[in-house]
Design a protein around this ligand. Structure first.
Ligand SMILES: [Zn+2]
Ligand SMILES: [Zn+2]
Ligand SMILES: [Zn+2]
Length: 314
């Protein structure tokens, strides 16, 4: 999907996480700030409001990123784009780990709720907003933005956080592939229904329409992914190897492509050497969690010695 390679540039780096801004952010900023012009005494307030929106989104994404690390995953990049942010995280494929990495995002908005509320109370009590209608309006808008983002994100529609939470909960009962299938089918029904509902209320704008299209595309991608997970899960497995990250046993077959000659081979039956061109595969990617490890890291039985009888272990 999106990455820093496609039209985003680095804003800053914090705790080993690159925060990148997608160029379309400026178009959206220009559109929103222009549209809201006149609401405040000065356009600077509109800019401040839009920047606040993205600070809240950023905190939300850091919530995801830090939670992903907490459960043994990794996160190195956050991309801010007009419809929000994306924290690129690798989470160990366990339902509990996924659940925490997802819930932590909206939880940031939950924590911000009283923080922003008390800020407003303080501003009122200290008399800062007396006669300052702009500040009064700004504080109210920031409060509403946070609530709006929270409500939107917890809608149980995949790939929104609410939909992914639903998926993680279903995972405990239905397994990895079927839970994703069920959650994405709900999304594929709910997204067009939501778009029609907006249309009936005359609120289907270019902006909401683009969000619906994006969500629909991501949902469909998730649906296809559930089929791929199912197919991989049905393949025969190597019994002598397991992924050090997710503990899944790798499928047996020529499913890994050689980086040099491009031919498919099974690194677990060739000591990670391509049988076509003898190029070694330094690190073997896991078919289930995408983490990569050298072949020795995958062994769950003592390494074989020369002269041992051949074992076919698929
Ligand atoms: Zn989120
Ligand atoms: Zn794995
Ligand atoms: Zn090769």
């Amino acid at each position: 999907m999106f990455s820093s390679q496609s039209g985003a540039f680095r804003l800053f780096r914090f705790a080993g996480i690159d925060v990148n801004l997608h160029w379309t952010w400026f178009i959206a900023a220009w559109y929103f700030i222009g549209r809201g012009a006149g609401e405040y005494g000065s356009i600077a307030w509109n800019v401040a409001e839009y920047v606040s929106l993205f600070l809240i989104v950023l905190l939300h994404e850091f919530g995801h990123a830090f939670a992903a690390r907490q459960v043994g995953g990794d996160s190195r990049e956050i991309v801010l784009w007009p419809f929000g942010g994306i924290a690129f995280a690798k989470v160990p494929p366990r339902p509990g780990a996924e659940l925490w990495a997802i819930v932590a995002g909206p939880l940031v908005n939950v924590v911000l709720y009283p923080v922003l509320y008390w800020t407003i109370l303080l501003a009122v009590n200290l008399g800062w907003v007396d006669g300052n209608r702009d500040l009064q309006r700004f504080l109210g808008e920031v409060f509403r933005i946070n609530v709006g983002l929270l409500i939107f994100n917890i809608l149980p529609i995949y790939p929104l956080d609410g939909g992914q939470t639903l998926r993680a909960l279903l995972w405990f009962k239905l397994g990895r592939a079927l839970s994703l299938k069920v959650a994405t089918i709900i999304g594929l029904v709910a997204i067009p229904a939501g778009a029609l509902w907006l249309l009936s209320r005359d609120q289907l704008t270019l902006f909401t329409g683009m969000i619906a299209v994006f969500l629909g595309m991501e949902c469909f991608r998730g649906f296809k992914q559930s089929g791929a997970i199912e197919r991989v899960a049905r393949l025969p497995r190597h019994t002598a190897f397991a992924c050090p990250t997710c503990r899944e046993r790798p499928p047996g077959g020529p499913y890994w492509a050689c980086a040099k000659c491009g031919n498919g081979f099974d690194p677990f039956s060739t000591q990670a050497v391509c049988p076509h061109c003898t190029q070694p595969m330094e690190k073997i990617p896991c078919a289930f969690c995408a983490s990569t490890h050298p072949v020795q890291g995958w062994s769950v039985t003592p390494p074989r010695r020369p002269g041992d009888p051949p074992v076919i272990e698929v």
